[in-house]
Design a protein around this ligand. Structure first.
Ligand SMILES: Cc1cc2nc3c(=O)[nH]c(=O)nc-3n(C[C@H](O)[C@H](O)[C@H](O)COP(=O)(O)OP(=O)(O)OC[C@H]3O[C@@H](n4cnc5c(N)ncnc54)[C@H](O)[C@@H]3O)c2cc1C
Ligand SMILES: NC(=O)c1ccc[n+]([C@@H]2O[C@H](COP(=O)([O-])OP(=O)(O)OC[C@H]3O[C@@H](n4cnc5c(N)ncnc54)[C@H](O)[C@@H]3O)[C@@H](O)[C@H]2O)c1
Length: 451
């Protein structure tokens, strides 16, 4: 049995662990699929590259409100798709070869534990003093009658299709439904969203989720409080049978995208044999320092946390590397402040408590909502629907949460993330800082000044 100082399971975020500080270790990486993992190959990066194309089409169509009468004459899907994957696909080989050239053993089959700190990888058995488990998550395939007999996509496959389907049913109303309805809607598909909840992006602040649902319903057919019960194949595609407020209904489309969440890949790892404790959702239990129940075995990313966000996985890798190298100075991740953005149209970004969280938790709060339309930047865009919402602690005057729906929300929220992380008060960030006129940040400034 070959023994290593360090074995990394999964070359998504796990691959980022290996830097010069660890170059002296005898190291192996196990990656049965592609280096770069979900984010690079089938997640954050290709989606955002497709969103850029969708934004261009949407922007052109909406330009008439500014007096620019443009039309989108032709969507060249193959050019759009190939721009994305011609850039991404070569990276796997170069990353794998780079590791091998630098003395790292790369195994290309799935690993599973056979004992604590002992792994079976294909026909080989390996062990290590330190193991990082970063095997990620995969799309949930829901238990809908007929789904296994009908062609359907998840986010793993939909981005590589050969043609934009004339129509698409999307089951689910979360991040992926929001981003892909924008992408394929803008590129020519007629979209139907089938969502079991009362609003899209239900976990967002209620006001943001309600606004997004209204705007999505202007662009797509949005069926709320609706549960898909079965799917069948027909000559031109698929039919989704559902029950909703109006009783039973059937919606048909050329393509079906299923986006009802992701599950951790622990079921393929035999965590019990490895001695790793799991939580009730199948994630590996870790503490704030990314330690598992087995000393020397660490876990990061979607397999261990519930955020399922790349910047959280990256932050965990940094904490884990520090803790592995400095056992006498163990650091914890600050998990209470986890921002996210949804790259749909309009963009949405959020950090901290929503208003419904604050209400439900009996947490006292001040709230301020400012429309983009109140600031010069909003006038420039002729914006009528976007806003910044900020919640603050009435006694401490620090931020409790911030929620933005509108152009560049993912960027606009950054000063609020910074202020919240650094514990600055609303007054400090409203009054002690200059805001560039007439940038979109003036909407944030105005929301802060009103608190
Ligand atoms: C469509 C989509 C869009 C997204 N967009 C964003 C975004 O805009 N922003 C954001 O922050 N997050 C986004 N995410 C989430 C983000 O991609 C994930 O949170 C992140 O990639 C998780 O990283 P990870 O290293 O935990 O897992 P992964 O990147 O999935 O890496 C895990 C690796 O482990 C390998 N593996 C699996 N089983 C084994 C095994 N038994 N042995 C060895 N290796 C194994 C897998 O092949 C994989 O390469 C998106 C996700 C999706 C699906
Ligand atoms: N911009 C980003 O950061 C980004 C973008 C895409 C994906 N992601 C990550 O990927 C994860 C997965 O995205 P997602 O949209 O699949 O999940 P999600 O958790 O965002 O949304 C899942 C949706 O499916 C619904 N649902 C769950 N089970 C269902 C069932 N059996 N039948 C019908 N509906 C059901 C839920 O009510 C929810 O609306 C996200 O949680 C997110 O962390 C992030």
């Amino acid at each position: 049995m070959r023994h290593y100082d360090l074995v990394v399971l999964g070359a998504g975020s796990g691959n980022m662990l290996l830097n010069d500080e660890l170059a002296h270790l005898r190291t192996a990486v196990v990656e049965p699929d592609r280096f770069g993992g979900t984010c690079l190959n089938r997640g954050c990066i290709p989606t955002k590259m497709l969103v850029a194309a969708a934004d261009a089409a949407t922007g052109a169509r909406a330009a008439a409100r500014l007096g620019v009468n443009a039309t989108v004459e032709n969507i060249d899907w193959k050019a759009i798709r190939d721009r994305v994957f011609d850039r991404i696909d070569p990276l796997h080989d170069s990353a794998l070869q780079y590791r091998r050239r630098h003395g790292v053993d790369v195994y290309t089959e799935e690993a599973r534990f056979v004992a604590p700190k002992v792994l079976q990888v294909g026909s080989e058995r390996i062990s290590a003093d330190t193991i990082l488990v970063a095997v990620g998550s995969r799309p949930v395939v829901p238990d809908i009658a007929g789904l296994d007999t009908v062609p359907h996509h998840t986010s793993d496959t939909i981005m590589r299709i050969d043609e934009v389907p004339a129509s698409m049913v999307i089951i689910g109303g979360g991040f992926i439904a929001a981003e892909f309805s924008h992408i394929f809607g803008a590129l020519g598909s007629e979209i139907t969203i089938v969502h079991r909840g009362p609003r899209l992006l239900t976990a967002e602040d209620e006001q943001v989720s309600a606004r997004f649902t209204e705007l999505a319903a202007d662009r797509h057919r949005v069926l709320l409080n609706s549960t898909a019960t079965s799917v069948t194949r027909h000559a031109d595609g698929v039919a989704v049978h559902l029950t909703g407020p109006g009783g039973e209904q059937v919606v048909s489309a050329a393509a079906l995208l299923v986006s009802v969440g992701r599950r951790p890949n622990t079921d393929r790892l035999d965590c019990a044999a490895g001695g790793l404790d799991l939580d009730e959702h199948g994630h590996i239990r870790i503490d704030g320092a990314c330690r598992t129940s087995v000393p020397g075995v660490w876990a990061v990313g979607d397999v261990a946390n519930h955020y399922q966000l790349k910047h959280m996985a990256n932050a965990e890798v940094r904490v884990m590397r520090h803790n592995m190298l400095h056992p006498d100075d163990v650091r914890n991740l600050r998990t209470t402040i986890a921002p996210h953005a949804v790259f749909t149209d309009p963009q949405i970004a959020s950090i901290g408590l929503t208003e419904q969280d604050a209400r439900a938790g009996g947490i006292p709060y001040l709230v301020s909502v400012r429309d983009y339309a109140d600031a010069a930047y909003g006038w420039a865009l002729e914006d009528t629907t976007s806003f910044v919402k900020i919640l603050a602690d009435p006694a401490e005057r620090t931020l409790l949460g911030a929620h933005i729906i509108g152009p560049q929300a993912g960027t606009l929220i950054q000063p609020l993330i910074q202020a919240m992380t650094l514990g600055q008060t609303v007054d400090q960030i409203a009054r002690d800082v200059l805001y560039i006129h007439p940038a979109a940040t003036e909407v944030v400034e105005q929301a802060l000044l009103a608190l």
